[in-house]
Ligand binder design. Structure first.
Ligand code: ADP
Length: 832
């Protein structure tokens, strides 16, 4: 080829020596520059020069590895490619280097090396014509025939690729518009060829020879593709993908390239995903979406941010248990034994759970209600849920909903969001890996609400058996069948569960435990469990029943057993230290004053270590709760009420005092509106009945010249509800009459202005609280009498219940010797 027409490259070129990759005219290549000479070339030529000429350099392939690059310039390949440096990117990490993006222009031959340092510069002879691509003159003879064959082969190859990929379509157009003589270089740089083969094409200066060298490579590629099509028998799309196309290859001004290495990695990855998608046994709509996304993924360069997003999405989709499930192994008798073994007491709950399971056994497609266990913390709600999963042989997953206030927590974020991810339900399914687990929705009463939507509304869809077979997570954007999932919810109170949600659930109350039940639970479950957790055996540590009772009454005040379990844990830890230290501990600690004394002994401890009340004090410190009831009732104007809180029942003191004033009522102790109204009601009733009960001290109004202050201790806790009405009346009656309320009486009940006592809720928890506090008499509204059935018989036996329908009955029961009204004994009273 002569160089006497068209565009000329400079006759002197700086030389960039590469050791990997061969730049052919018409293609673009990234070259990493890290040898001293090449660095110098980039610095002083490319980075300093501003003219177009300065960006043209000669690329000499196949130079020795830079590792061995010494001062001496190695012998250079005589033919190279003049290239245009399109981009220079510098980096200092891990060591200083540049990356050049170079587009090959034409061949040249080195005629004379002019200098070697700091970088080689040579006198060159241009070998290819560089013309505008408009000439398009057809060659004749053998060359013409060769170029025609080559062109046809190229068209055939492109025809086998996926035309919907834009770069392939572009290539197809380019085949027609490019001059034929450029085709061998362009195609050789795209198809699967080794460096050696590329070098042969580069060295073929004669055009005919170049066609001859490149044609077999092209045919080989076509044959390879055909073979793959035959053996794979995949869809046409897959066949066409055998050559992936990625950016990087640039024909001057027109980009395209087929790069093998990256394509392979990329191809492996997507092929693997594709396999997984097909193996995931998804329902039709999900599969369709996956295949569509997969198709998009194949066309995307890996560097595109969307690639990672789509990839993650597909990974998520294939990991979901679309059709993986465990087989239920339900045997009601075994379930009963298991539930009984795992949990002491809670008979009612266990009975209902067994009924539920029995129905499931008879009808596996049960669209029954969602069970919701409601009760104070630590009463075993979660633990029963776990047992249900075990009896069914299902996976168990707990979803904590406390504080969740964004509906996308349940339903996921749309994929358009940065950092989007599926909601907790779908994530849970991915974690357990089966589509029929037991999901425990913990603390549904503590769902929040915010600007980001109402998570309870999202839960509605999850829990509705009519809808949840097509639950659509925003992230997945395809329905997932949740109908096989067994949902169980837990809550401390139903008051804060959104009504629509509550409507979907069957509420099972789990009340607190009595002291006796707690002792049993401790000895049957908590102590053995804690011993095991701390690596101890019953031969090493024994906690007698009396000690357990002490722990329950003096160190804990709760409806459940969680803090009892913690205290037992603390004892185990203290003993574990002793056992591990090998100090002598006497057989019974009651003989020794404190644990500290044992440290003076050095022989191994004598087993078992028995915890008595002194050792208990030593480990847990002084008692946290003392029975203070009787001490507090030494003055008139104090009465004990019973309150219900989400933590269980509690006893509550009401205190009143009077002082000179003008009939004002002061209320303190964080009261809600209903409670304030109760206080006003109580005052009004007492004022109107002052004469009857001789409270007014001669005058018509007991509040004349007096201010009254009512206080509800534990002022940091907000209290509300009408059930303190009777207690306030009793307390004020005591204050005004100057008589002491019985110190072993607790009461609850709403009052009316006419002195009637109305029923209230939470009777079981309240009665248990009174029992815990060792009170003897409990006054409850008459209409609550039926609620006593739920209370264990031994608790009922310990307490004296008074069922009151009027305030008169309440007062009579609350004071020793009754609270006589004047009408009954007018003479006696007036004399007093
Ligand atoms: P909740 O979910 O009601 O707050 P958990 O289920 O977490 O309470 O129970 C706390 C601990 O108390 C667990 O270790 C559990 O095993 C134990 N527990 C509670 N009730 C019982 C019971 N009736 N029998 C045996 N262990 C119980």
């Amino acid at each position: 080829m002569s160089s006497n027409s068209g565009i000329q490259i400079p006759s002197r070129l700086p030389l960039l020596c590469t050791h990997d990759g061969v730049l052919l005219p018409g293609s673009t290549m990234r070259i990493s520059v890290d040898t001293a000479r090449n660095m110098q070339l980039v610095k002083s030529r490319l980075l300093k020069g501003t003219s177009l000429k300065s960006t043209i350099i000669g690329v000499i392939p196949n130079t020795r590895d830079p590792e061995h690059d010494s001062d001496e310039l190695p012998s250079l390949h005589s033919i190279g490619t003049a290239g245009l440096a399109v981009q220079v990117v510098g980096s200092n990490w891990p060591k200083p280097h540049y990356t050049l993006l170079i587009t090959g222009l034409c061949r040249f031959r080195v005629t004379q090396l002019l200098r070697e340092r700091p970088f080689p510069v040579a006198e060159v002879e241009q070998l290819d014509k560089l013309e505008q691509y408009t000439e398009g003159g057809q060659a004749d003879g053998e060359l013409g025939e060769l170029s025609q064959r080559f062109y046809q082969a190229a068209v055939q190859l492109v025809g086998m690729l996926d035309m919907s990929v834009p770069v392939v379509a572009k290539l197809r157009r380019l085949l027609d518009s490019l001059p034929r003589e450029t085709l061998p270089d362009v195609l050789a740089s795209m198809i699967r060829t080794s460096n050696k083969e590329k070098l042969q094409v580069l060295d073929a200066v004669d055009l005919e020879e170049r066609f001859k060298k490149a044609l077999p490579l092209l045919t080989r590629q076509i044959e390879g593709l055909k073979l793959l099509q035959k053996t794979r028998k995949l869809r046409p799309d897959d066949d066409k993908r055998v050559l992936a196309i990625r950016k990087g290859g640039v024909f001057p001004g027109r980009q395209f390239s087929l790069d093998e290495e990256v394509e392979d990695e990329d191809g492996d990855d997507t092929a693997m995903l594709e396999k997984k998608v097909k193996a995931a046994a998804m329902p039709e709509p999900a599969l369709r979406v996956c295949l569509k996304e997969l198709k998009r993924l194949k066309k995307m360069p890996q560097s595109m941010p969307e690639y990672a997003l789509t990839h993650n999405y597909l990974e998520m989709m294939v990991e979901l248990p679309w059709s993986k499930s465990t087989t239920d192994c339900l045997d009601i008798r075994a379930a009963r034994v298991l539930l009984d073994n795992d949990h002491y007491a809670m008979e009612k709950l266990k009975r209902r759970v067994l009924e539920y399971l029995a129905v499931r056994q008879l009808k596996s497609t049960l669209k029954g209600p969602i069970l919701c266990f409601v009760g104070p913390p630590g009463v075993g709600k979660t633990s029963v849920g776990r047992s249900i999963a075990r009896t069914l042989g299902r996976e168990f997953h707990r979803i904590a909903l406390g504080g969740v206030c964004d509906q996308s927590d349940i339903r996921g974020h749309r994929r358009t969001y940065v950092g989007s991810m599926p909601g907790r339900i779908i994530n849970g399914l991915k974690t357990v890996g089966v589509n029929n687990p037991v999901f425990l929705l913990d603390e549904v009463d503590k769902l929040g609400k915010s600007l980001q939507g109402d998570p309870a509304a999202a839960l509605l869809e999850v829990l509705d058996p009519e809808q949840n077979h097509s639950f659509t997570d925003h992230y997945l954007n395809v329905p997932f069948d949740l109908s096989q999932v067994l949902f169980i919810a837990t809550a401390n109170t139903t008051a804060t569960i959104p009504p629509a949600l509550l409507d979907r659930m069957e509420v099972l109350q789990v009340p607190g435990y009595t002291q006796e039940e707690k002792v049993e639970i401790a000895h049957r479950h908590l102590i053995p469990h804690q011993l095991e957790q701390h690596g101890l055996t019953p031969q090493q540590l024994q906690i007698p029943q009396d000690t357990t009772k002490d722990i329950i009454s003096k160190y804990t005040r709760e409806a459940g057993v969680r803090s009892l379990e913690r205290k037992i844990g603390a004892i185990c830890r203290a003993v574990a230290v002793k056992v591990a230290e090998g100090h002598k501990v006497s057989r019974c600690m009651c003989r020794e004053p404190t644990l500290r004394n044992y440290e003076t002994y050095t022989s191994p401890p004598e087993m078992p270590i028995v915890i008595d009340h002194i050792a208990l004090k030593d480990i847990l410190g002084p008692p946290v709760f003392e029975m203070e009831v009787s001490e507090r009732l030494t003055l008139p104007g104090v009465a004990i009420g019973l309150a219900w809180t989400p933590m269980g029942g509690e006893i509550m003191f009401v205190e009143a005092s009077r002082m000179e004033g003008d009939g004002q009522l002061t209320l303190t102790g964080q009261l809600g509106d209903v409670m304030k109204e109760s206080a006003h009601l109580a005052i009004s009733w007492l004022r109107s009945n002052a004469k009857t009960y001789l409270l007014a001290n001669g005058s018509a109004d007991p509040l004349e010249g007096t201010d009254i202050h009512l206080h509800f201790p534990a002022g940091a806790v907000t209290k509300d509800g009408p059930s303190a009405g009777v207690t306030i009346v009793t307390c004020l009656a005591s204050l005004l009459s100057g008589r002491l309320v019985r110190s072993d009486v607790a009461m609850t009940g709403e009052i009316t202005l006419r002195g009637l006592v109305l029923p209230v809720g939470g009777i079981k928890d309240k009665v248990l609280a009174a029992h815990r506090a060792n009170l003897k008499r409990v006054i409850i509204p008459k209409r609550n009498e039926k609620d006593l059935e739920e209370i264990p018989a031994h608790v009922r036996a310990d307490l004296d219940f008074v069922f009151a329908s009027t305030l008169d009955e309440v007062l009579n029961a609350a004071f020793d010797g009754g609270f006589p009204a004047a009408v009954n004994h007018p003479q006696v009273v007036s004399k007093l």
